[in-house]
Write a protein that binds this ligand. Structure first.
Ligand SMILES: Nc1ncnc2c1ncn2[C@@H]1O[C@H](COP(=O)(O)OP(=O)(O)OP(=O)(O)O)[C@@H](O)[C@H]1O
Ligand code: SF4
Ligand SMILES: [Mg+2]
Length: 357
């Protein structure tokens, strides 16, 4: 059995909102509101949910780019929040990040060689110029680029290549865990498949673990071992990817999945579309936070906060009523939207093509 690399317990982050007559704190955005999860060595945990549910905040908290208000983050057995700045710097080598927009995170005035050489120098991973040059060439080859690309600048690369460069930079310091925040969301679907396949092969080769943040379940399906579904700062369901797609339990997960088109044209999933906007994280609804949009809501859901209860087999659901619901039908309802279908076809065709090569 794989051991836990990262263990997160009771994680809370409330951002103050300035306002009022004297510019004081008028309210708090409850971005992350009591999260427990773990990531095992070499596995991919996906965090999914609508915009604003707190996914990126979780990523930033795990990396300790921001400090939580409560909770613990243990990485390789160490309590990260107890480390001082110097100890954290050493730890950060093992914990890397990739963002959605690689261009914003690549220095436009630095050559690729200088950019990849910098972390090698800072972490004393290659001591002289020759060793650094060799290692930079290796890193470029690892991500499917060529050693001579080291002389170029970020603007000379395409979007997909820039994401490869961001991956190479993360790999330079030999991490154990990479937080990837919407790493392929800005890319065309065929390029998405290439980058995901690259991430998967690097994972196998180096035993990397990923926290893969995405709003796109069709992409997540291809990379995640497990999925945690977030709603308004809380996890509402976690399960292995296969299990979650096969038998989603929480009404929110069912609604999210209903928007993912099915590859088989004969099979059409129920379209339990989400009604209304996600409520404000400043004043989330009492009781079950999802009750304002839940088609199964009962009176008590406005009052009682559901616990995230594990069924003993690793599938946890924050809704005590799920056993009463009809199974999520996969073959009723209206036809999947044509544009979703086309997009999925392209994505899947791209994956099949990549896997064959
Ligand atoms: N520095 C900040 N100050 C105040 N509020 C913040 C800050 N960072 C995030 N928030 C708020 O916290 C909530 C969660 O934001 P977060 O960026 O984590 O969501 P997300 O799930 O990553 O969304 P998206 O899919 O759009 O990237 C949002 O309501 C956001 O406005
Ligand atoms: S607890 Fe109630 S409102 Fe929340 S998801 Fe379950 S049925 Fe819906
Ligand atoms: Mg985000």
């Amino acid at each position: 059995m794989r051991t836990a690399l990262l263990e997160v317990e009771g994680l809370v982050k409330h951002f103050p909102v300035k306002g009022g007559a004297f510019g004081g704190v008028s309210a708090y955005v409850r971005a992350v509101d009591g999260l427990d999860f773990e990531v095992k060595e070499g596995e991919t945990l996906a965090l999914v949910g609508e915009s604003g549910c707190g996914k990126s905040t979780v990523g930033r908290l795990v990396l300790r780019l921001i400090e939580p208000d409560a909770g613990t983050v243990r990485f390789e057995g160490d309590d990260l929040l107890a480390l001082d700045a110097e100890q954290m710097r050493a730890r950060r080598r093992r914990l890397q990040v990739i963002f959605q927009d690689p261009y914003a995170s690549l220095n436009p005035r630095m050559t690729i060689g200088a950019m990849l050489g910098e972390p090698l120098f800072l972490h004393r991973l290659a001591n002289d110029v020759g060793a650094r040059r060799t290692r930079v060439g290796e890193l470029l080859e690892l991500v499917g680029l060529r050693p001579e690309h080291a002389r170029r600048y970020p603007h000379e690369f395409s979007g997909g290549q820039r994401q490869r460069l961001a991956i190479a930079r993360a790999l330079a310091v030999e991490p154990k865990l990479i937080v990837a925040d919407e790493p392929v969301s800005a890319l065309d679907v065929s390029i998405q498949a290439q980058v995901i396949n690259l991430m998967k092969s690097l994972q196998q080769r180096f035993g990397l673990a990923y926290i893969f943040i995405s709003h796109d379940l069709a992409v997540v399906k291809h990379i995640a071992d497990r999925i945690a579904v977030m709603y308004l700062g809380k996890i509402v369901e976690t399960a292995t990817t296969d299990e979650l797609f096969r038998s989603p339990r929480h009404p929110y997960t069912r609604a999210l999945l209903s928007a993912v088109p099915l590859p088989d044209p004969a099979a059409v999933r129920e379209r339990a579309l989400l009604e209304g906007d996600i409520p404000s994280a400043i004043a989330p609804p009492p009781g079950c936070r999802f009750h304002t949009r839940c088609r199964f809501a009962k009176e008590s859901c406005r009052r009682d906060v559901p616990a995230l209860a594990d069924d003993g087999a690793g599938h946890a659901t924050a809704c005590p009523w799920w056993p009463e619901f009809p199974p999520a039908p996969m073959t009723v309802g209206a036809a999947a939207r044509a544009e979703d279908k086309t997009r999925l076809d392209r994505l899947q065709a791209a994956f099949v093509k990549q896997e064959a090569t």
